[in-house]
Design a protein around this ligand. Sequence first.
Ligand SMILES: [Zn+2]
Length: 71
Amino acid sequence: MGLFGKMFDALSGESERFPNVDWYCDRCNAYLNEQSEFDDHKYTWECTDCGHKNSISATNVYESEEDFRTK
Ligand SMILES: [Zn+2]
């Protein structure tokens, strides 16, 4: 369960809730991590490119792009 490992790492001092996770907009596929003031401690993030509200939660973390495509 790599995901739980990441979450526990976050509790032990990392500033990000989901360290090493790349977030992309569900609608326009923009890279959210580098958008102005992006904060993965928020539960939703409104994409600054298209305004889509993306859910920032563990259920949206995929182990790989292949995993993402098949769900
Ligand atoms: Zn977007």
